[in-house]
Design a protein around this ligand. Sequence first.
Ligand code: UD1
Ligand code: CA
Length: 460
Amino acid sequence: MNDISAIILAAGKGTRMKSELPKVLHKAGGKPMIAHVLEACRSCGVTRPLLVVGCGAEEVQAVCGEQAAYVEQPVQLGTGHAVMTALPALARERGKVLVLCGDTPLLTAAVLRELLNYARETASACTLLSAFLPDPSGYGRVCRDADGRVLGVVEEKDATPQQKALSEVNTGAYCFDIEALRAVIGQLAPANAQGEYYLTDALALLSARGYAVNALAAQDGTCALGVNDLLQLSQAETVLRRRKNEELMLSGVTITDPQNTYIDCEAEVGAGTIIEPGSYIRGKSVVGRHCRIGPDAEICNSVVGDHTRVFRAVLAEARAGEHCSIGPFAYLRPGAILSDEVKIGDFVEVKKTSVGRGSKIPHLSYVGDSFVGERVNIGCGCVTCNYDGHKKELTVIEDGAFIGSNTNLIAPVTVGREAFVAAGSTITQNVPPDALSVARGRQRNVEGWAKTFREKNGKK
Ligand code: UD1
Ligand code: CA
């Protein structure tokens, strides 16, 4: 399919979003809307579409990078003007050109392929992707003659009441013969309610010149959604979420309450895993097979190995091995790397720390900037004191060490292999392997003191 190029319109400000962020960078399903359109394009054979940028051009280019080529539309005079601006950059292209909008994140590669095939089969100079919507308001309506031939598209703001009653809408995705598009693009005029150059007027111009103009109605109308405001963004989010959950369930993942499970498009989850409600799997996270996630887990750009349990816990840029148990109320921050069979229990925070196989940090501890070996046990309420007010220091706890409850390890410090640290210690010096270290005030008992105190205060 080398005779296909693509133009994606993404120069508009998105005034109706009421937001500083360029419209196409708003995220749905965990990635910017424009990234969804780029991916659909890529999956149907167009590797480097031409992106028309304008408002927030630099930000858009920073996000899309090498995935697209760019042309700038410095003033946004309408979708037709955007295509006018783009065409010279495609002067050498022949064959078909897809024209897509950057604000339609629900378009899929499958539907674009159908559009291309239909355009070829019908030998159309322009094939428009349309959809029948129960509520067509806001979209351009597709006008056909008595025989069903497409006459053109009329924008809502220019439509008569009869035209407004039409339920077939323009999704904003088209497949043109690039030569035919070149032939008419210069004739667009801003003679309409919005004073803009409408790309949609190209259809009537083509039709009038005797070119074949067709519309393919998408079977699944959800792909039509154009996001112009934050309400529509939330509708796009809902559809993407449902699609992702359905895809995972059909691949062997149990989602006990799909309405309350939030999995980004790019996240992966292995078969046999059970996801309970209130769980979020964000970004490029990878969750293995036969895991149990949730209720109330948040896994963000993290990796979770097979058979691991994450229960009411947060993982952010962290990695957990196989057969680990995490939570409830655990917080694995960036750089937390757990080996297999590790337990991270309640109210434990781990940051920039590797934890070796079979080690346990079961309760109420902070472990940061540390290397924890294998089979280590860190008792309740331990703290690696890693920050001296200026810089972060390292703590090393070697294999098999036992850290008693309520211990402070003042970094930089190393606890040697198989050593014991007595509960309540504040460790400021290295502990040799196999040693016992006790670093706490000695206990003194004063016999009868409490009784004397009571009597002095007139109590029995
Ligand atoms: C457009 C269509 C409408 C269709 C709808 C589908 C026109 C005139 N109308 O309306 O028929 O039903 O999409 O969602 O085409 N853009 C530019 N430069 C501009 C203007 C717009 O790059 O000068 C970009 C925008 O950033 C956006 C896309 O084109 O990504 C569509 O523009 P928008 O203003 O959202 O068009 P709609 O009013 O939704
Ligand atoms: Ca739009």
